[in-house]
Design a protein around this ligand. Structure first.
Ligand SMILES: Cc1cc2nc3c(=O)[nH]c(=O)nc-3n(C[C@H](O)[C@H](O)[C@H](O)COP(=O)(O)O)c2cc1C
Length: 192
C-alpha cells in the first residue's frame, strides 16, 4: 500500500468510533444534560472503569465534576440527527431535554438519568480525573448497565444483526456497522 505522510490534524485517523452520549444531572436547573462524546474508552474490567474525554469548556464537564457521576448512553445508527443536534447545542444556554423532547429513564443506583433511546446505558460514579492536553479524562466506575433485551447475545457480544451502533467518522459524517459479524479463519461464535 502506498502511503502519504502528513502532520497531526490533517485527517481523523482515529475514527470511526462509537458515539457515546454522556448524561449529567443539572440540579440547579432541575434538568439533565446530554452531549455526544466520541473520545471514550474502557479502562479496566476489575474494577469496571470507563473513561470519557471532555473538553473543560463543555457544560457536561462542569456538571460531571459537580455531581460526581455521569451516565453513558450508546445510540443506534438511525440516531445520527439526534447525536448531531446534541453536539451542536450546549447545556450552558439550552435545556436539551426540553428542546429535543428527550425521553429519559431514571438511574437505578445513581440519580443521573439515562436516555430511553439508547440500546445500552451505564451508570458511572466519577472516581478519577486527569488533565490530558486540552481534555479532561473523567474515569467512571460502572455501577449498573441497562441494555435493550435483544442487544447482546449469550456471550455478551453486541448483536449487530439487531442493533447497528452509531459510529462517528469525524466532521458531520456518521456510519453504522454491517449486519453480520466477521469470523476470522472460518471460526464460529466462541466465548473468550
Ligand atoms: C459525534 C460527536 C462527538 C463528539 N465528541 C466529543 C468528545 O469526545 N469530547 C468533547 O469534549 N466534545 C465532543 N463533542 C462536542 C460536544 O458534544 C459539544 O461541544 C457539545 O455542545 C457539548 O455540550 P454541553 O456543553 O452541553 O456539554 C462531540 C460532538 C459530536 C457531534
Amino acid at each position: 500500500m502506498t502511503h502519504v505522510s502528513s502532520v497531526p490534524g490533517s485527517c481523523y485517523f482515529y475514527y470511526p468510533r462509537p458515539v457515546c452520549v454522556v448524561g449529567v444531572r443539572d440540579d440547579q436547573k432541575g434538568t439533565a444534560n446530554f452531549a455526544p462524546v466520541a473520545w471514550t474508552t474502557p479502562l479496566s474490567s476489575d474494577p469496571p472503569l470507563f473513561g470519557v474525554c471532555l473538553s473543560p469548556e463543555t457544560r457536561s464537564h462542569q456538571l460531571a465534576l459537580k455531581t460526581g457521576e455521569f451516565t453513558v448512553n450508546f445510540l443506534t445508527g438511525d440516531r445520527a440527527a439526534l447525536a448531531d443536534a446534541l453536539g451542536r447545542l450546549s447545556g450552558r444556554d439550552t435545556d436539551k431535554v426540553q428542546a429535543l423532547s428527550l425521553d429519559l429513564e431514571p438511574g437505578e443506583v445513581l440519580s443521573t438519568p439515562i436516555l430511553a433511546a439508547a440500546y445500552v446505558s451505564a451508570e458511572c460514579c466519577l472516581v478519577e480525573r486527569h488533565q490530558v492536553g486540552d481534555q479532561t479524562l473523567l474515569v467512571g466506575e460502572v455501577q449498573r448497565i441497562h441494555a435493550a433485551p435483544d442487544a447482546f447475545d449469550a456471550d455478551g457480544v453486541l448483536r449487530i444483526d439487531h442493533v447497528g451502533p452509531l459510529l462517528y467518522l469525524g466532521s458531520n459524517r456518521y456510519a453504522t456497522t454491517d449486519r453480520q459479524p466477521v469470523f476470522p479463519l472460518g471460526e464460529t461464535a466462541t466465548k473468550r
